[in-house]
Design a protein around this ligand. Structure first.
Ligand code: SAH
Length: 468
C-alpha cells in the first residue's frame, strides 16, 4: 500500500491554501465542506475566491507566500503556478511535519486528495495513488450511480436507533442481521424514497415486535423503464433492478433493460398484445400483491413512465388495499424520449405554447377524444397507442379546424436502434402509411414543431437517420 488512507478532522482548524486561481478555488471548496477555517495567500484572487472572501467564508492575505504563514496550520495546500514556490512550500512543510499537498505534483506531497463520494456521514474515497486520476474519477462516477443520494440519511437514521437496538437485541450476531435487513430492505427503501417518518415508524414497529426475522418484508417497486434505450433508466430504477427478487414486465420493456436485472431474479411476463390480453389487469394487480406477501421484493417494470398511460394508478390501488408497501419510480415517458431522439421539441416559443398527451386507443373501432380542444393553434398533440387510428386522427383534426398541411410525425421504437421517423402532414399521412412499413410501439406527434425535425434531427437508428 503506497498511501495510508484516513479521514482527517479539520473542522474549525486553520488550513492554508497558497494560490488564488481556479485550482486553488476547487481545493478551498473542499476544505470548506469539511468546515475548515481557510486562509488563502495570494497577491490576487480569481472570481470564485473573491466571491468567497466577500461572503466572509475565507480569510485572505493579499501578498506572496511567507514562511511565517505556516505557523499554527493544520494542513497546507499549494496551488500556485510557480514551481519554485510550490517546491519551497513542500520542503518547509515536510521539515515541520506539516501535512502538505501540492496540486498535481505527487512527488511534492505528503498527502494526496482522493476522488470522493459524499453522502455525509457516509464518505467513499477513491485513489490511484496519483498514477491515473482519470481512472479514479471514472470509478467514482460508477460508484455514484450505485450509492443512493439518500445514503447519508439512512446512516443518520441507523445512528439514531443505535442505542435502542443495542438495548433490545443483545446478541451481537442477531444484531448484525437486524442491521443488514434494515440497510437492504424496505426500511432503507423508505428512506431513499423520502418517507423518513414511515421508516422511523417501521423501525419502532419491528423493534417492538422483536420481529427480528431474517426474512425481508415483501414490497413492490413500480418502476418506469423509459422508452427503450437502457441508458435512459434512472439510477434508482437500475439499483432496484439489481436487488429485486421477482421482475414482472410486459411487452414494452426491452431485453437490454431486462439484462440489467439481478442474475437470479425470477422474470414474470405479463405482456399484452393488442387483442390478446395475456393477463387481465386485475390479475396483474393481485399477482403483485400476492408475491410481495410471500416476503419477496417485486419490481413491476413498465415502459416509459408508470403514471402516463401505464395503469400504474390501478396497480397501487390494489397494493394499498392489500396493505403492501410500495414505491413508485418515474421513468422517461415515450413522448419525451421520442421528441428528443427525433429532434422535435414538444414546445417552442415560435410554434407551440402547450402540449397535450392523449391516448389513441380505439374503443369499438373509433377514438373518443375531445377533438375541439385538440384542434387548437400553437399546440402540440402527442398520441400514444394511436397507430391503428392514424386515418381517423388526421380526418377528425382537419374536420375540427387544423390545416391539412399541419406537420405530423410517426416515431417508431423511439430511442432504440430501430427508431424510424416518418414525416408527413395531416393531409398526406393516411396515404403514406399505406406504403410505409411501420410497427408498434409508435408515437404520433402533430403540430408545427414537427417542422423542426429537419433541422434538429441528430440520432440515427440502425439504418442511417431512419427517416422516411
Ligand atoms: N407508460 C408508457 C406508455 C404506455 S402506452 C410511457 O410513459 O411511455 C403504450 C404506447 O406508448 C405505445 O402504443 C406507443 O404509442 C408509446 N410508446 C412506448 N414506447 C415507445 C417507443 N419506444 N417509441 C414510440 N412509442 C412508444
Amino acid at each position: 500500500m503506497q498511501y495510508f488512507p484516513m479521514f482527517f478532522d479539520i473542522s474549525d482548524k486553520p488550513c492554508l491554501v497558497v494560490g488564488g486561481g481556479d485550482v486553488a478555488a476547487r481545493k478551498v471548496a473542499l476544505l470548506l465542506r469539511a468546515a475548515a477555517r481557510v486562509t488563502v495567500v495570494s497577491p490576487d484572487l480569481g472570481e470564485s475566491l473573491t466571491a468567497r472572501y466577500a461572503n466572509l467564508e475565507i480569510s485572505h492575505l493579499s501578498r506572496e507566500f511567507d514562511e511565517g504563514d505556516l505557523d499554527n496550520c493544520t494542513l497546507v495546500i499549494a496551488a500556485t503556478d510557480d514551481e519554485a514556490v510550490n517546491r519551497r512550500i513542500s520542503e518547509l512543510c515536510k521539515a515541520r511535519n506539516l501535512p502538505v499537498n501540492v496540486v498535481d505534483q505527487p512527488a511534492l506531497c505528503s498527502f494526496i486528495v482522493p476522488s470522493m463520494i459524499d453522502r455525509s456521514p457516509v464518505q467513499v474515497a477513491v485513489s490511484t495513488g496519483g498514477a491515473a486520476p482519470v481512472l479514479a474519477r471514472l470509478l467514482r462516477a460508477r460508484l455514484e450511480t450505485m450509492i443512493p443520494a439518500a445514503y447519508g440519511r439512512l446512516a443518520e437514521l441507523m445512528d439514531e436507533f443505535r442505542d435502542l437496538v443495542k438495548a433490545r437485541i443483545t446478541d451481537p450476531e442477531q444484531r448484525r442481521h437486524f442491521w443488514e435487513n434494515v440497510a437492504q430492505g424496505s426500511i432503507a427503501e423508505m428512506v431513499f424514497a423520502g418517507k423518513e417518518a414511515a421508516a422511523r415508524a417501521a423501525m419502532h414497529k419491528v423493534l417492538d415486535e422483536a420481529a427480528v426475522s431474517d426474512r425481508p418484508r415483501g414490497e413492490v417497486y413500480l418502476v418506469g423503464a423509459g422508452p427503450g434505450d437502457p441508458d435512459l433508466l434512472t439510477f434508482r430504477a437500475l439499483r432496484l433492478l439489481q436487488q429485486a427478487d421477482v421482475i414482472v414486465y410486459d411487452r414494452l420493456v426491452s431485453e437490454e433493460i431486462l439484462d440489467m436485472a439481478r442474475r437470479d431474479a425470477d422474470l414474470v411476463y405479463v405482456g399484452k398484445t393488442r387483442d390478446q390480453h395475456t393477463l387481465p389487469q386485475e390479475d396483474i394487480n393481485l399477482l403483485l400483491a400476492r408475491i410481495a406477501k410471500k416476503g419477496k421484493r417485486v419490481l413491476r417494470l413498465k415502459g416509459g413512465d408508470p403514471f402516463i398511460f401505464g395503469r400504474g394508478g390501478e396497480e397501487i390501488e390494489t397494493l394499498m388495499q392489500e396493505g403492501v408497501n410500495f414505491q413508485i419510480v418515474p421513468g422517461i415517458t415515450a413522448a419525451a424520449g421520442a421528441a428528443s431522439y427525433a429532434g422535435i421539441p414538444l414546445t417552442h416559443r415560435d410554434h407551440a405554447q402547450s402540449v397535450v398527451f392523449v391516448t389513441g386507443h380505439l374503443k369499438d373501432g373509433s377514438m373518443n377524444l375531445n377533438w375541439k380542444a385538440l384542434a387548437q393553434p400553437h399546440q402540440t398533440i402527442v398520441v400514444y397507442m394511436g397507430l391503428l387510428g392514424v386515418k381517423e386522427l388526421c380526418g377528425k383534426l382537419v374536420e375540427h379546424g387544423l390545416p391539412a398541411d399541419t406537420p405530423m410525425a410517426l416515431v417508431q421504437k423511439a430511442t432504440t436502434r430501430q427508431q424510424k421517423v416518418v414525416i408527413g402532414t395531416l393531409g398526406s399521412m393516411p396515404s403514406i402509411i399505406e406504403t410505409t412499413e411501420i410497427k408498434p410501439p409508435t408515437l404520433i406527434i402533430v403540430g408545427d414543431v414537427v417542422s423542426l425535425h429537419k433541422k434538429l434531427s441528430w440520432f440515427g437508428g440502425a439504418k442511417g437517420m431512419g427517416d422516411t
